[in-house]
Design a protein around this ligand. Structure first.
Ligand SMILES: C[S@@+](CC[C@H](N)C(=O)[O-])C[C@H]1O[C@@H](n2cnc3c(N)ncnc32)[C@H](O)[C@@H]1O
Length: 709
């Protein structure tokens, strides 16, 4: 693979455990390179490789039973049928040996046999030997890049029912494809076994097995099958997939693109074309095609047919059919990852943003590697709240990867009693402009306010970009926000500074981490919270929701101002005063900033002690002195209580649980983990994320204890 950020990122995962994911869908069972397809061994191999969804291509037997085969008429190449004389005789075209320069032939269909007969077959690797003069020879021909190793024992052909049972047992999802019949329908002629009946039978098998429609992605190449499901079985059609091959004939792509709207209007939800429909090349890079962009625009979801190649990527054939639209940038086997990256991220990027991203490339002073920063704007984000972001494409892709833009539910913030109004108001506060004041008593740990980011900007962009370029891009970022959010943001402009964006961003933004990169975030509502050296609240940033939650450190009485510390609480007084003055533009008048020398010094030395204790705890933890870290954590709690510095008991219990676990003491680790879970739960479930984290940890500890018994 070519060197670059993607290769580095992938290499960093080489030692990670494989995880099951719905992103990975097995084709014909998962292990077709090594296992006879659609068999139990193949499905188990797919599951081992991480497939979250498993395929069965569904076709019917002579007695109308449903079985899994890639095609209705492939039994002569995927089973030993031609080598069983009485069954071979029943084939549509029984085996005929090669002779006089003509290849050996056979054609055996599932509809030639009853299910009992099909159950006598052994599945094998999909191949045939065209030079065969005997049925046994015809079974050969497996290409050298596959193996017959696992076809030596008899793998039976699975029925749809057996596949459902197996995949259900593995806890996976299903993607059955209704195979286009190769015999005229109804089958047999004049009977009532129509195409619609076949399409219904497939769903009925899932219903009979008690499978919910949310676990099933039906597929078909026949548009009429999709229309049938939409009409007859709407809940099963919700994630039915239309396999689109209508642009395979040269010149037909424009029509295929135009048809997408029609499909969406008819109720189709997911389109699955082959790779070349989805990507093209622009400026030497793989990018989403017009087909992909249009599909998204009309509201269709996309599942790539398969990620496969016809021939090697590095031998000059450039992957054959599947790579036709990107052949001129395909020259080594690693290019499959470049393609996959575009399918997984870039095509979604292009859809998530309301305007095409605007990008600039610049090389930071301390590095030789150029960095691409882009302005991404989504006016749809959070029901029209909107958000602009200036960051690298890697960070944007990371956020898309964790579905940060999917409007996940927000954690519940405090409300006024018996009302939907927030439990705070924004009012003038003496000497500080405006501020946030509680309108009822807020409990410790309650989430007082949840705010959605209006703007996120990477620090490297701010540091490396020339001021006028920086201001211009940021101005665009703000001006494209939806009206209501934009008004809120502009109302934060308090100073008479010449540069509006600087005046808005400077004294109103918070530092947040996204994908391990430092960013500043503008949260227009939370930006009304003033500073105090003795805060009663703190903020927590959620990377996968792009929100800020303001949490009460301790009880905040009705009418009390909600305040946060703009600097780490343990920062020494002089440093703090200086920073607040330089960066936030005000002279700190907190009691700690202006208190008597003696008091300040007392508090100062406590702060210093806490600061160094926290550092020592962190060091002891990384160096493995867990016992010492445990003792110091107890000490830290004591000091914090003297100083009235905020400390959450569940947070503290989480730390102790972790340290005891690292120290190999499962009993104490479990004790503290349980206390942490109880503590978070008592906070009224307002902090679901922390509660969930502690619960997961406790679950792990419980499992470990059971294993060790
Ligand atoms: C994030 S804003 C807080 C909301 C602001 N008071 C308003 O009216 O929108 C930060 C600005 O508020 C003012 N501020 C915050 N805390 C203050 C404090 N403790 N004393 C004086 N001014 C403060 C400063 O002007 C600071 O730059």
């Amino acid at each position: 693979m070519d060197d670059g950020p993607l290769k580095t990122k992938l290499a960093s995962c080489s030692e990670k455990e494989m995880k099951r994911s719905d992103f990975s869908i097995s084709h014909r069972g998962g292990g077709t390179l090594q296992f006879p397809e659609h068999t139990t061994s193949s499905i188990l191999a797919g599951a081992r490789m991480g497939a979250g969804i498993q395929e069965c291509d569904v076709t019917f037997t002579k007695d109308k039973k449903l079985v899994c085969r890639h095609a209705q008429c492939d039994l002569h190449t995927t089973t030993n049928v031609v080598n069983i004389p009485d069954l071979n005789a029943k084939c549509t075209v029984p085996f005929k040996p090669a002779a006089n320069g003509s290849a050996a032939t056979a054609k055996c269909c599932t509809s030639d046999f009853t299910l009992d007969e099909i159950k006598r077959l052994c599945a094998k690797m999909d191949s045939s030997n065209s030079a065969a003069t005997t049925p046994a020879q015809y079974l050969g021909g497996t290409p050298g890049y596959r193996t017959d190793l696992y076809a030596k024992t008899c793998n039976r052909v699975n029925t749809l029912r057996e596949y459902i049972e197996l995949v259900d047992g593995l806890g996976l999802k299903f993607t059955p494809e209704l195979k286009t019949p190769e015999v005229p329908m109804p089958f047999p002629a004049g009977s009532d076994y129509t195409q619609a009946k076949f399409a219904q039978q497939l769903i009925d098998e899932f219903k009979a097995a008690g499978i919910k429609p949310e676990r099933v992605f039906l597929q078909s190449f026949l548009y009429d099958d999709l229309l049938y499901w939409v009409k007859a079985e709407p809940s099963w059609a919700k994630q039915a997939v239309f396999l689109d091959e209508t642009a395979d004939v040269p010149g037909t792509m424009p029509q295929a693109v135009a048809n997408l709207k029609k499909y969406a209007q008819a109720g189709v939800k997911i389109i699955a074309p082959p790779l070349p429909y989805l990507v093209t090349v622009a400026n030497g890079k793989i990018v989403p095609s017009e087909y992909a962009l249009t599909a998204k625009k009309v509201g269709l979801k996309i599942i790539t047919w398969t990620l496969e190649r016809s021939g090697w990527l590095g031998d000059g054939s450039a992957g054959g059919y599947y790579y036709t639209s990107v052949a001129n940038v395909t020259n080594n086997e690693g290019d499959v990852y470049n393609l996959l990256h575009v399918l997984a991220h870039d095509s979604n990027d292009a859809m998530s943003w309301s305007l095409p991203p605007k990008c600039i490339t610049q090389t930071p002073k301390d590095s030789n590697t150029p960095r691409l920063d882009c302005l991404f704007i989504s006016t749809e984000f959070r029901n029209g709240h909107g958000m602009s972001m200036v960051t690298t494409t890697t960070t944007a892709a990371h956020l898309i990867g964790q579905e940060a833009f999917s409007d996940k539910p927000l954690p519940l913030a405090s409300r006024r009693r018996g009302s939907q109004e927030p439990a705070y108001e924004i009012v003038p506060v003496q000497g500080k402009g405006r501020g946030v004041v509680a309108t009822r008593r807020i409990r410790r740990g309650e989430i007082l306010l949840t705010d959605v980011a209006a703007l996120l900007v990477g620090i490297p962009f701010l540091a490396d970009t020339k001021p006028h370029h920086r201001r211009r891009l940021l101005k665009q970022a703000l001006s494209h926000l939806p009206w209501e959010t934009r008004e809120k943001v502009y109302s934060l402009h308090r100073s008479s500074s010449k540069y509006e964006v600087d005046a808005i961003l400077g004294p109103n933004s918070n530092t947040v981490m996204i994908a391990d990169q430092v960013h500043v975030g503008l949260f227009p509502e939370a930006a009304r919270i003033n500073h105090s050296c003795r805060p009663n609240a703190y903020f927590r940033f959620s990377e996968d929701r792009l929100t800020m939650e303001v949490v009460a450190y301790h009880v905040i009485e009705k009418g009390e101002e909600v305040v946060m510390s703009y600097v780490p609480v343990e920062t020494p007084t002089n440093e703090r005063k200086q920073y607040l003055n330089d960066h936030w533009g005000f002279a700190c008048s907190c009691s700690l900033c202006r208190g008597s020398e003696a008091n300040v010094n007392d508090s100062e030395s406590l702060k210093q002690k806490i600061k160094s204790l926290r550092e020592t705890i962190a060091n002891a933890k990384t160096e493995g002195y867990y016992r010492d870290a445990i003792i110091m954590t107890e000490e830290w709690l004591q000091f914090s209580e003297w100083d009235q510095a905020p400390v959450f008991m569940p947070e503290y219990h989480d730390t102790l649980a972790d340290l005891h676990y690292l120290n190999g003491d499962l009993v104490n680790a479990t004790r503290y983990a349980r206390m942490a879970v109880d503590g978070w739960a008592k906070l009224g479930s307002v902090d679901d994320q922390e509660l969930e984290k502690s619960r997961v940890f406790l679950g792990r500890l419980d499992k470990l204890r059971v294993q060790r018994k």
